[in-house]
Design a protein around this ligand. Sequence first.
Ligand code: 3Y8
Ligand code: NAP
Length: 252
Amino acid sequence: MPNVLLLGGTTEASALARLLAARGIAATLSYAGRTEHPRPQPIPVRVGGFGGVAGLAAHLRDQGITHLVDAIHPFAATMSANAVAAAEAAGVPLLALTRPAWRPGEGDRWRHVPDVAGAVAALEGPARRVLLALGRQHVHAFAAQPQHHYVLRFVDAPPAPPPLPDHHLLVDRGPFTPEGDRALIETHRVDLVICKNAGGSGAEAKLIAARALGLPVLMIDRPALPPRREVSSPEAVLDWLAHTPSPAKRGV
Ligand code: 3Y8
Ligand code: NAP
């Protein structure tokens, strides 16, 4: 019988958790513990790091995990790299559940930058009104460009104010709606949107709103990930589970 470890934190991971629960497949969803009140799940949840590759490999062995599914965010590159190495070390099959990167469409005004540092450098120049929709972990980097007015959106209230002299902080969690993000952009007279190429539907609202309003977008491209098997639907994961035998009983 499968015993799945699901690295979560995305809309797709939660959708897969619902499918696994409905099919009665033993599975545990793992969160890093980045937020105070993560979404409740229909399967058991564990919270916190594993302790690097060695910690994750030991967890796979000690918990008798038969299949590892990496459904974390495409920017969680360290976790994904650790998952590849730990699955290899523990002899556990690995599958990534990812979502295709967003691609610019008709009417989009995107400028691609390779990473957060590239986005900071691109902000050189006169004051703008920026929707910095990157969450909390990278905001400090933008203190290098203090001339702008930043509209920030965090999942949880931060312990201290962000180090940006001119900002408006919203505490809200997605998934967001195009109507809501359009109202946000118009209310705050945003003239530039900065975001990660997260893909999926949960973070796309601001791009739909920017397109409708003809606003420019600074799009941060995804970090490189090691090669691994990938699917883009929760149903494809169930199919993989059905056709991927559990590792042979490990000797004692
Ligand atoms: C802790 C779990 C679900 C998953 C929902 C998705 C959609 C809503 C949109 C904006 C962009 C951002 C951010 C975002 C979205 C979904 C998804 C997604 C972006 C939760 C969650 C955890 C996190 C961690 C958090 C990061 C932050 C990033 C906010 C739960 C709600 C900006 C990514 O304060 C912090 O330290 C937050 C950190 C990593 C990026 C950052 O660098 O700050 N997500 N987000 C997971 C864990 O502990 O393992 O609390 O329920 C999950 C979701 N956030 O099940 O419904 O599928 O992506 N998350 C980005 O895309 O750029 C917001 O504001 O427009
Ligand atoms: P990261 O930088 O790639 O990972 C750093 C460390 O955090 C990992 O080495 C691991 O610690 C721990 N970790 C990360 N995800 C974990 C998980 N699901 N379960 C247990 N430990 C985890 O990761 P991140 O970018 O901080 O992302 C953390 C979480 O937020 C993930 O669940 C991700 O899906 C979610 N998220 C991230 C973003 C984003 O923009 N980065 C966006 C939306 C959601 P150890 O080395 O100790 O094992």
